[in-house]
Every structure is written in structure tokens, then in C-alpha cells.
Design a protein. Structure first.
Ligand SMILES: [Ca+2]
Length: 470
């Protein structure tokens, strides 16, 4: 009998709030992401990938536990997932239980204290921030408080929402917080490992504050920056539930427009994306130069997308393409047919079962995603529609052509993305689409868990990482 094939290492790479503005996804023509494009070339790009939920904590909790928000009740950033799902076995825990050395740095779980229990990892380097002058110590107790650098806020908007700042910091590139996570990864890859490893490096860029070295801003001359396409009466055909989602933090959009900062903010997002791409490039170079270049599987993802004024909205937290569409790239050991883009709808929930298949770990029956292994093997494999959920009872279904959204109150949206890539014309009210809507609705979860208890329901010990229900 042949010896079993050695299990591949995993490089699990993430960024935060990156929508489809990368070169190979063509979300913004002219964006410079040479390293992600190179990764897509040598691996498999999923061009129709969506988050399980369009916000940091529900997206990451779903991805890392394999459970939908509608199953766990973890719908927003105020739910500590651990006391809600005490028996969940996360991706790092499953690797840990199956002979892997499990290490991480940066933002993998949501970045506030209590979301990243230390028992997830053999070794972990906590996230470092570029903006800790206004970070709350009760949220980030490991952060050393430093005074505001002169010139803050850099976007020139006095009394604007705290972390929503952007600009070039006067410090060397190597001193940016995300670079510390990159350095951890580089050092880890230089070490000799006796066991297969799972290495997670989570970058915070291009999440706000959109800070990057000046050289990245210089790549995007202000005069060349284009605003996203907008339709003046875009919101008129939306149900109230959708209008409410679009209106969240509307004042920030209004202020950005009023003070003529829109182009400036788009430029900062572009600079932050290219900085993130450069850091990813450094990690890929470190892997290529290491002893693990040939036996490591790479998966790259972003937790959710990002609006830049589309539907008069900034941030995420909506069920349109801008918030749900994310980059997902697989490459390296065990990944089939490189260079062929997969256009079938897939979900960040699919990452966990795919890693199980690629690395030969024991299957976990509770996982709600679908392994991508058949699609990796055969670029033409059929795939069912996929679902993104935001808050209780609101689901959006995506197949290769359509987006169908149904809110908790029964109101709906339907978009033909082939004809209407900006999702400007809501077709849900037209009787001729009744059968299509019914067909797509069949993929919506039937379980809609009540929202889990939020932080005030617990006494949390940040040293022991224990929770006691009040
Ligand atoms: Ca995010």
C-alpha cells in the first residue's frame, strides 16, 4: 500500500473591506494590484464569490465556524461568537486537532477583544493599528496608547466619524501595523517546521482609516480618479427595508459630497488597496523563497465589500453587490487547472469545507458551505446559487445572472446583473418574474435564528477569556 500523500501546509490570507476593485476582477479599471493578479494567474480566481454576511464579525464568524448567521444568530459586530457557539470547532481549531501547527497574526476573527480566544492558536501575534490615538482601550487592551500625530484628521474633516479618516502617514512603510503581521509571516516561513502548518495572516487594509505611505497615493493622480457610477433616482424603486440599509451613516456620505472630498476618499481607497496588494506580494515572495513553496495551499479572501457612495452609501452592511461581492483566490498545492476563472456563484462559507477536502481533514457534518473541490477540478462543474444574509430574516440570493433579495418584512428586489450591473432597476414587482423569484427563493435559509445575546449580556474576563451570562 502506498504511503498517504503528505498533507499540504495552508497560507490563509485575508484583507478587510476589499470589494471587487482588483485588477483581475475589473471592478475599477486602473486599480493596481499586480500581486493579486499574479496569484490569480497561477491559481484559480472565483469571480462570483460572496460573503456569508456583509459585515466583519458575522462574515468572519460564519467563515471560521462554517455556520450561517441565520443558524448562529451572530448577525452584527456586537455578538461575541464564543459564548454563543461554545461547541463550534473553527477552522484553526480543526487544523490544530488534526496534527497541524496553527499560527496567525493580524485580523482573522473580528478585531475587538474577546473575538479571538487564544486557544484557537499555537502562536498568535495580535493586530497592530495605525490609528491607536483614538482606539478604545476597552476594545483593544493590548494596544499601547500614543498621542495623535500632528495633522490628524488627515482628511481635513473636523469632527467626522472617528476612524473614517484617510491620508499618508509620515512614518516608514515598515512601521505600519499591517507590516507587523507580514513580518510575522515572513519570519514564520523562514523557520523549520516538523509538522504541516496552517498560517493565517490577516491584513486590516483597505479598511478605514485608509492610511498608506505617500508613494501609494502617488500612483493615483487625483485628476485621474473616477467616481463610481451613480443614478440620481436610484433609491426610488427600493422597498423601505432596503432604503433603511442604504441610509445607515448617510450623514457621512452627505458630508463627503458637501465638502468635495469624494474623489479624495476614492483615491485613498485605491492607495490602501495597492498597499495591501504590495504586502500580500511580500508574503507570496516569502513563501516562494521558503522550503514550503511547493507544498502549500494558498487561499486569499476579503470579509466583505465596500460602498464608495453607490446608493448614497459608504461602508458595507447592505445586500447589494457592492457589499457582498468579494475576491477569492486559491493557488498552490492541490489546486487544479490554474488560470481558469470560475464564474459560478460561491461563498466564503465554502472555504472551510474546501480546506477540509484539500488537506484531507475529517469531514464536519455541521458545515453549511459547499466544498469548492469539484469546481477546482472541473471549471465547468455546476453550482447552485449562493446566499448572503444581513441581520435577521434578510437574504440575498445570487446565481450566475440574477440577484434576488427578500427582506424580513417580505419586500423584495430583483436585478438582472447581465443587463444592469449597477443594480439600478428593481424588477421584483414585475409579474413575469414570479417564477424566477420562486426558483431563487428556494435557496434562502428556512431557519432564521433569533439574534444572539450581545456583549452587555455577559461579564467578560479579557485575561482568562471567559464569559459569564449576567
Ligand atoms: Ca470588514
Amino acid at each position: 500500500m502506498a504511503a498517504p500523500a503528505p498533507r499540504p501546509n495552508v497560507l490563509f490570507l485575508s484583507v478587510d473591506d476589499l470589494n471587487d476593485w482588483i485588477g483581475c476582477l475589473r471592478g475599477y479599471p486602473g486599480v493596481q494590484t499586480p500581486n493579486l493578479d499574479r496569484l490569480a494567474q497561477r491559481g484559480v480566481l472565483f469571480s462570483n464569490a460572496h460573503c456569508a454576511s456583509p459585515l466583519c464579525n458575522p462574515s468572519r464568524t460564519a467563515l471560521l465556524t462554517g455556520l450561517r448567521a441565520s443558524t448562529s444568530g451572530v448577525y452584527n459586530n456586537e455578538h461575541w461568537w464564543r459564548p454563543v457557539l461554545p461547541d463550534a470547532v473553527t477552522i484553526p481549531q480543526h487544523f490544530k486537532a488534526n496534527g497541524y501547527h496553527v499560527a496567525g497574526a493580524g485580523k482573522i476573527f473580528h478585531h475587538v477583544v474577546g473575538y479571538n480566544p487564544p486557544d484557537q492558536w499555537h502562536e498568535f501575534q495580535l493586530q497592530e493599528f495605525d490609528d491607536n490615538w483614538y482606539r478604545r482601550l476597552d476594545y483593544y487592551p493590548w494596544v499601547k496608547k500614543v498621542p495623535s500625530p500632528p495633522g490628524h484628521p488627515f482628511n481635513g474633516l473636523k469632527n467626522f466619524q472617528g476612524e473614517f479618516d484617510w491620508g499618508a502617514l509620515k512614518k516608514p512603510e515598515r512601521e505600519y501595523g499591517d507590516m507587523k503581521a507580514v513580518n510575522f509571516g515572513q519570519q514564520f516561513l523562514k523557520r523549520k517546521h516538523d509538522k504541516p502548518f496552517f498560517l493565517a495572516i490577516g491584513l486590516f487594509h483597505p479598511h478605514i482609516p485608509m492610511f498608506a505611505p505617500q508613494s501609494y497615493f502617488d500612483l493615483y493622480p487625483a485628476a485621474d480618479v473616477r467616481l463610481p457610477p451613480i443614478k440620481a433616482d436610484d433609491l426610488n424603486d427600493l422597498p423601505k427595508a432596503a432604503q433603511d440599509m442604504a441610509a445607515f451613516r448617510r450623514d457621512e456620505h452627505e458630508r463627503i459630497v458637501r465638502e468635495n472630498k469624494w474623489r479624495d476618499a476614492v483615491r485613498a481607497y485605491l492607495a490602501s488597496i495597492t498597499f495591501a496588494d504590495a504586502m500580500i506580494g511580500q508574503l507570496l515572495d516569502a513563501l516562494d523563497a521558503s522550503a514550503y513553496a511547493k507544498n502549500t495551499t494558498i487561499v486569499f479572501w476579503s470579509d466583505n465589500g465596500w460602498h464608495l457612495g453607490e446608493k448614497q452609501h459608504w461602508h458595507k452592511s447592505t445586500l447589494w453587490e457592492r457589499s457582498t461581492h468579494v475576491p477569492m483566490i486559491w493557488a498552490g498545492a492541490g489546486i487544479g487547472q490554474p488560470g481558469v476563472t470560475r464564474t459560478q456563484p460561491v461563498n466564503l462559507l465554502d472555504i472551510y469545507p474546501t480546506l477540509v477536502d484539500v488537506c484531507g481533514l475529517p469531514h464536519r457534518p455541521e458545515l453549511e458551505g459547499l466544498s469548492l473541490a469539484p469546481l477546482l477540478k472541473n471549471p465547468k462543474a455546476k453550482r447552485p446559487p449562493t446566499v448572503s444574509t444581513y441581520l435577521e430574516g434578510n437574504h440575498s440570493v445570487r446565481d450566475e445572472r440574477w440577484r434576488y433579495t427578500r427582506y424580513r418584512d417580505g419586500s423584495e428586489e430583483l436585478y438582472d446583473r447581465r443587463a444592469d450591473p449597477n443594480e439600478w432597476e428593481n424588477l421584483a414587482g414585475q409579474p413575469r418574474y414570479a417564477r424566477l423569484k420562486a426558483k431563487l427563493a428556494r435557496w434562502m435559509p428556512t431557519q432564521n435564528a433569533k439574534p444572539a445575546p450581545e456583549k452587555p449580556a455577559y461579564d467578560f474576563d479579557p485575561v482568562k477569556h471567559t464569559w459569564r451570562k449576567k
